[in-house]
Design a protein around this ligand. Structure first.
Ligand SMILES: Nc1nc2c(c(=O)[nH]1)N[C@H]1C(S)=C(S)[C@@H](COP(=O)(O)OP(=O)(O)OC[C@H]3O[C@@H](n4cnc5c(=O)[nH]c(N)nc54)[C@H](O)[C@@H]3O)O[C@H]1N2
Ligand SMILES: Nc1nc2c(c(=O)[nH]1)N[C@H]1C(S)=C(S)[C@@H](COP(=O)(O)OP(=O)(O)OC[C@H]3O[C@@H](n4cnc5c(=O)[nH]c(N)nc54)[C@H](O)[C@@H]3O)O[C@H]1N2
Ligand SMILES: [Mo]
Length: 869
């Protein structure tokens, strides 16, 4: 089938999970994608129809949403992803994995692949499912079915297999950890509620309030010029420029002068990674000793404040948390801490985040997250110009109140068309994601909380165990997200877990041959967005929410199918076994066509019945939801709580800000790391990563690992239009494009490293290679490397070596703290040294000699396929 020349509209948000953002128009010619561009809303709508808005700030400045989508870089380059040299185009089988003979788990990650047919692949998969069911039972199949990726509903990127396995007796699932919000989730929620994730969910009309009343904004671990690209768009950037125009001081607090600080900041506080808690405590000390906090507010809006006072003044441990105490810990001179604290106390100050920065994904992240709430409370959060807002995810979990802008009338949902895993749907058979290594190795363990971001606070007090009764352990891993070792905790340890004897079959569905896919026994080729028709939304751009009829634009690349179709192909093969498998494909799909599912999705998306017209929707390709009527009159942010905490309580047990958490005290009386009051924690629960630790003698740098500027986690590492940008890759003397490693000139000089050198970043867990970028944009004592660079294994597992620069291979496996199962992927210790790359190439000729690799595009699937090299 050749699809005619046309223009289609799709969302290109990479959040997956049934969500959607970044709506674009894509032009198709001769069956190929030729151009992706913004959507001009004024082609179909007038401003009146959309209830267009204008905000007014100080100095007569105004802010408007505009009449086109502000498309960020990722969607604009998407055709390069579709036509990547690293696409999986056909089913592949690992050569030395034989389901009827030797399985060789130990060569996962090293052995090569052969191309097989869909028929053969699905035969093997169905037979393996049947075998595992018969020998061990259904819960021995672990579905790795969460994570980001293309936003699709019918063809959901993650979790379609759970729909099949549910009908065949059940499955175990890896529960998505609240990775975006670890600190807020495990900490801040105990201080101010804000379910489900712990960040402020009361932001309505705060953009205008800030523009009118705020004097300074602390961009605290906030790079909105980078992280809005994944699923937000550039309205956030416009908003930040408007705040600048209103005369609001932009104060950046981060170890690096990030892309936002570089263009907006008036001041930069280069805090050392994961030492914010010391800085925060010292600010509290200044306010307490100088009497410059909102005493009346704290009295009426908080409980347990005296516990904080007792600790900060040094009565508990004999150490007052003075700016002089904090200086050597956080790297900010005491005089600057005092100046910041005094300025803050005299002015209306707000805090800006996207999701909070890497320090809320570091060891003990719950402490700085709670301390931020404490500080906000001490300055009367909710009073004019005093709030915290986020610049992304403005309709998180469907909550339109997360946006500081005037909200759309509703946040439409794709739920009725969605075929992926539904969070919480099998609460009895979940493994918190950060512990999956242990399950793959066949260990028994326990933890607290289902550990998905959607759970409310009390879920953290529920104890869970693996294996559950009657579970023989994990024997098969079915993954549609093979990016664990790139994006989660303990990457090298995870690679070893994948090589465990215990794991008899590892199946991956993937559009690209990246990362953990290269450990799989079978890989199924999956289509990208433009190869299928679907129902989509765009809810996070901050303008008008939208629903989209996403028409297929091109034929699938090679033999790729969508995840939903791939699972159906497996279902078909299972049916022949009868019993629980009888008619399973039909039971799974209900016999519905894609078109029927799109229609059902549209009709149940939340738009009132009298505004639904499927034929018009299909013709127009998208439908926008106007701004809510009377948005001007909606209550500003937390002003209700500020004015009357009894009438507008928080979701904490007391309804107030809890400086002391009675629930934590009750449920975890022996937990001295996440105790009832936030503290500065030096070490514990498996973490010993401070610069004054013994370990720092060998590993003297703190790793800072942000969300990648030129990727969305593991995705987009193959786009040549990005790879040629100076900050994207560093081409080494051997012609390989290495992941940049930022070092301060003073550190680089001591190590004899210059820009362009190939360096190793290492600790006890192993090493990864990168290309040095010596720059004042990162402070001393820090080695900075974005996460998500696709791994290029030289030696896999603990003690390993990686050429691709996948920094999470060397991050800790231990979680935030023992009762908080959060990932720790930043703020840990590592060493850096220059390496002789030619000597390494001589030692590992095969790994350094991949023929089809090119610095322009990166990896090429042909290098892993026998007969196609
Ligand atoms: N060092 C460090 N690490 C971090 C963080 C950090 O700040 N620093 N942040 C963390 C955070 S907040 C997050 S959310 C996680 C992200 O971690 P993940 O959610 O795991 O995100 P991705 O790395 O984008 O992985 C998505 C995978 O799905 C694949 N995929 C995309 N679309 C499809 C599809 O349609 N079908 C199939 N089958 N596959 C598809 C992609 O190719 C990729 O392999 O990373 C975390 N890791
Ligand atoms: N381009 C791009 N955009 C994305 C994503 C992506 O992968 N790429 N991922 C999306 C996802 S899933 C999420 S959760 C969000 C993440 O959004 P965020 O959590 O806000 O992003 P991060 O990059 O982790 O951190 C933001 C900034 O925090 C600062 N920072 C790092 N460590 C510290 C520290 O120890 N202390 C302080 N004070 N600051 C620190 C750095 O300057 C960094 O630029 O972004 C989303 N958007
Ligand atoms: Mo995230």
């Amino acid at each position: 089938m050749k699809i005619a020349d046309t223009t289609v509209v799709h969302n290109l948000g990479l959040e997956a999970c049934g969500g959607g953002a970044n709506m674009v128009a894509a032009d198709v010619k001769d069956g190929k994608l030729v151009r992706i561009r913004p959507v001009h809303y004024d082609e179909q709508y007038t401003k009146d129809e959309l209830n267009y808005w204008t905000l007014t700030g100080r100095n007569g400045t105004t802010f408007e949403p505009g009449m086109k989508s502000y498309t960020p870089p990722f969607p604009l380059v998407y055709k390069r992803r579709t036509y990547s040299k690293n696409r999986v185009a056909h089913p592949m089988k690992r050569v030395d994995w034989d389901p009827h003979g030797e399985r060789h788990p130990e060569t996962r990650g090293t052995s090569k692949y052969v191309r097989i047919s869909w028929d053969e692949a699905t035969e093997i998969i169905a037979a393996e499912i049947k075998r595992v069911h018969d020998e061990y039972g259904p819960y021995s199949i672990l579905c790795q079915a969460d994570g980001h990726g293309e936003s699709k509903a019918v063809h959901a990127p993650h979790g379609c297999m759970t729909r099949l396995l549910e009908l065949c007796g059940g499955y175990t699932v890896q529960a998505r950890n609240p990775d975006s919000w670890e600190g807020w989730y495990w900490g801040a929620k105990h201080a101010w509620g804000m379910d489900p994730v712990g960040q402020n969910t009361h932001s309505t009309n705060t953009a205008q309030d800030i523009a009118q009343n705020c004097d300074a904004m602390l961009y605290w671990g906030c790079d909105l010029e980078t992280t809005t690209s994944a699923w937000g768009g550039q309205l956030a950037s416009k908003l930040a420029y408007w705040f600048d125009d209103c005369g609001i001081k932009h104060i950046a607090i981060a170890p690096d002068c990030n892309y936002t600080a570089a263009v907006h900041a008036d001041k930069w506080f280069p805090v050392l990674p994961n030492t914010d808690a010391a800085l925060q405590l010292a600010i509290a000390y200044v306010w307490l000793t100088e009497g410059t906090y909102e005493k009346d507010y704290v009295e009426t809006h908080a409980i347990g404040f005296d516990w904080l006072e007792y600790y900060v003044l040094g009565n508990e441990d004999g150490v007052p948390k003075t700016p002089e105490w904090a200086e050597p810990i956080c790297g900010i001179p005491a005089y600057r801490i005092k100046a910041l604290a005094r300025y803050w106390a005299r002015h209306n100050v707000s805090i800006a985040h996207c999701n909070g920065g890497s320090f809320i994904r570091a060891a003990f992240a719950h402490e700085p997250a709670r301390l931020e709430v404490y500080l906000l409370g001490m300055q009367g959060v909710g009073m004019p110009g005093r709030i915290s807002i986020k610049f992304i995810e403005w309709t998180l979990f469907g909550m339109t109140s997360c946006s500081p802008m005037p909200p759309s009338k509703l946040a439409p949902s794709t739920a009725a068309a969605y075929n992926g895993w539904i969070i919480g749907s099998n609460a009895d058979h979940m493994i918190a994601k950060c512990h999956v290594h242990k399950a793959l190795r066949g260990e028994s363990f326990s933890w607290y909380g289902h550990g998905t971001a959607a759970n409310d606070r009390p879920d953290q007090f529920v104890k869970l165990e693996f294996p559950t009764d009657g579970n023989a352990g994990i024997k098969m891993l079915w993954s549609d997200n093979p990016a664990f070792s790139t994006s989660l905790n303990g990457g090298y340890e995870y690679q070893d877990a994948l090589k465990s004897d215990n794991l008899e079959f590892y199946l991956v569905q993937a559009p690209w041959f990246e990362d953990d896919a290269r450990f799989a026994d079978i890989v199924l080729p999956i289509c990208t967005k433009f190869e299928t028709s679907d129902f989509g939304t765009d809810c996070d751009s901050g303008q008008w929410n939208a629903v989209i009829y996403e028409q297929a634009a091109i034929d699938p690349v090679g033999e790729a199918r969508s995840d939903w179709e791939a699972v159906q192909a497996v279902a078909e093969k299972l049916e022949r076994y009868g019993g629980v498998y009888k008619d399973v494909k039909h039971r799974m799909t209900g016999g519905k066509t894609v078109e029927q599912q799109i229609r059902e999705g549209y009709e149940a998306c939340g738009i009132p019945a009298d505004e639904l017209d499927f034929e018009a929707f299909k013709r127009n390709r998208y439908q926008l939801i106007p701004t809510v009527e009377g948005w001007e009159d909606q209550m500003v942010g937390l002003s209700g709580f500020a004015q009357n905490p009894e009438m507008f309580p928080l979701e904490t047990p007391s309804g107030k800000i809890e400086y002391y958490s009675p629930s934590l005290a009750e449920h975890f009386p022996d937990d001295h790391i996440r105790g009832p009051v936030a503290h500065w924690i030096e070490a514990g629960d498996g973490h010993d990563d401070r610069l004054n630790s013994e370990r720092a003698k060998k590993y003297p740098f703190l790793v800072e690992s942000n969300h990648p500027r030129w990727r969305v986690h593991a995705e987009f590492d193959d786009v040549e239009w990005f790879r040629e940008i100076e900050t994207c890759k560093v081409v080494g003397p051997d012609g390989y494009a290495y992941e940049p490693v930022w070092l301060n000139p003073s550190d680089a000089a001591k190590l004899g490293i210059q820009s362009g050198d190939v360096v190793s970043v290492f600790n006890e867990r192993g090493a990864v290679l990168g290309g040095a970028r010596v720059t004042e944009r990162v402070r001393d004592g820090v080695v900075y490397m974005d996460h998500g660079a696709n791994s290029d294994v030289i030696v896999s597992g603990i003690g390993g070596l990686d050429r691709g620069g996948d920094i999470n291979l060397i991050c800790p496996t231990h979680t935030s703290s023992k009762n908080a199962s959060g990932e720790v992927t930043s703020g840990y210790l590592a060493g850096v040294e220059k390496v002789d790359v030619f000597e390494l190439a001589a030692r590992y000729p095969e790994e350094f000699g991949r023929k089809n690799y090119s610095p322009e595009y990166g990896a090429d699937v042909r290098d892993y396929l026998i007969g196609e090299e």
